[in-house]
Design a protein around this ligand. Sequence first.
Ligand code: MOS
Length: 757
Amino acid sequence: MDARALDEGHLGRAHTRVEGPDKVTGRALYSSDRVGPETATAHAALVTSTIARGRITGFDLEAAGRVPGLLGIFTHRDFAGAVAPVKHLMAGGFANSSHRPLDSEAIAYAGQIVALVVAETQEAAAAAAGAVRVAYAAEPAAGGFDAPGAETVRLADLKPHHEDIARGDAEAALHTAAVRIEARYETPVQHHNPIELFTTRAAWDGDRLTVHEPTRYVGAVQHGLAAQLGLDPAQVRVVAGLIGGHFGSKFALSQHTALVALAAKRLGRPVSLVPSRRQCFTIANYRPESRHRIRLGADRTGRFTALAHEADTVTSRFDPFVMEGAEVTASLYACPNIRTEERAVRVDRNTPGPMRAPPEVPFLFALESAVDEMAAALGMDPIELRRLNDTAVDPVSGKPFSTRPLMACFDAGAKAFGWSRRAPRPGSMRDGPWRVGLGCATSVRPVKIAAATMRVRLGPDGSAEVACAHHEIGNGITTLLAMGAADGLGVTVERVTVRLGDTDLPAAGISGGSSTTTSLMNALALGCGQIRETLAQAATGQGGRLAGHDPGRLRLADGRLVAPDGAGIALAEAVGPAGVETVAAFVPEGGDHETALAGLRQGHIGLSLGGGGKAVSWGFGAQFAEIHVHAETGEIRVARLTGAFAAGRILNPLTARSQLTGGMIWGLGSALLEETVLDGAAYRNPDLAEYLVPTAADAPEVEALLVPDPDDRVDALGLKGLGELGIIGVNAAIANAVHHATGRRIRSLPIRLEDVA
Ligand code: MOS
């Protein structure tokens, strides 16, 4: 790895998004936008189940059949057996759910797809879908925790790799602790609502299938579809243009993708599906509800002596997706006696999945609320309690943290936020009719990194191209790659073309786990380093214009290949008329090269932990919230959010801050607004009128500070990624501020005015 390849220049400085102008002028293409010949494309609509469990006993298609422009109504009678089973991505397969709709008359959850209707226009498809009548025989369904029929499974029994943590004797230490906190916390169901819906467009050319879908893993969709439809992966091309947000959705292969492809095949026409917002609550993944019991023991000085974290989270009957989070809460603070127990509760719902910082958001709400409760019980400042229990070593594994800037984040954040003006006693700060509360909480997230292959090309005219089958999800990776290639190849950002989101490009992994920057920038450094090396060897070889120079010290800069003494040759001469091209294959430290690359080329998920197994590498942050609670009405307003974050080397402070502040505002929504209400096993508020997210008027002053975090152990470039760090800890910071304002400890999210009025 030639880490120096990306050493200087554009990286590290603010740069606006290179695709920004296309996005704001409407030129940017998303998957359901004009991606094929409009006249030939047929439009699909879904019919979804109104019962949660049971079976279909019949269809009345007469009214639907009379809708002008109808091309076909496909049900299990048409598609049973047509889609071969594919396992969940987390179980070694490709799918976000292994459930197969339209395979039989069985209904496994509310909102399951029961028919795919295709017509000449989207309006006709929607009208016909609305006219389909389905008769069911319903059976009792378990909708969530406490429902009859819900089945609790120990995680250790469900997932072979999971181990509950037992270090020391937590029960005995809790028994003898001088100060003890025991509390139960709850978080609700939350649903993904990216602006771009979960669309699919499928078109056949003979036996070759092209799918346009906003997925964050084109490779998994390609290989999953091939397995489902009995095709060679080479017959399937998956294209994901710009993606209008995923945040954990658009995860692997969707259940509707193969159905759209089958309809396109039967009709001999491209078919485009744009499901409704309401349907996106049940045809995709979501954050399941969770319950936590935390017991925390400390001595009189505040040193933690025992931590027990028991957690239950919901999952579906048929998939192994579970939010596992106790490994982070167990490792966060110094503590000699730690016990965790995680359980999954299987219910009759669609399979949950990741949502921005999947486990850390609910698990740290619980732990960081409990830490605040402990500070109150001890009469200590909550930041000083965290400082006392800070640790340079992971208390569970005994490995060192590669860096541990947690308290640097608290110090920087406290200063910017004005923590020193906080009067310790709850309920003691007022602003007219408003009670004022200041709260804080920790944000941490393990660093993830994945293998990636990437083609890098440098032309004689100073143009360059970077290409791989990864994705622009709105996080700014296109901009980082253009900046990095400009630095690594000595050209301008404007001359770099970045191509992503297409299985025809060199294989890369999932846009997830905040691993995009860590993985792709390491692959880019490798590719730029290989090009520099090739050119330097040629130029310094016998008869070369730079013969006699040390090839290792030549650099590409300002359109030239240059030596330290200033001697150099123009790019056109260095690369020759055809230009130079390489395909870099990056594999994270500690990974087996062949296995990692084979997995990547077969569309499997391959995220590994930063730090190469020798150190524990996390991103860190300290979140601060000032909230105002109206003394009479209980109205809760967030006045300010301040976060200070340390996440390794920051490559573009502008897009980094955008990620962090966006996450913080989402955290506000999670703490005060977002909740999918369950009615039995159905979702009662599946639309943006009743599923509340923050509007611009709810967003307070938000400040994200970047704390230096040079880390030479996490990876060759010192990168940690921060796509998910910004949301973590905001729930607890707000709940802790509510306690400070009102003296009320709210342990169940979201916090509503009726909780504090
Ligand atoms: Mo994430 S929501 O683990 O990409």
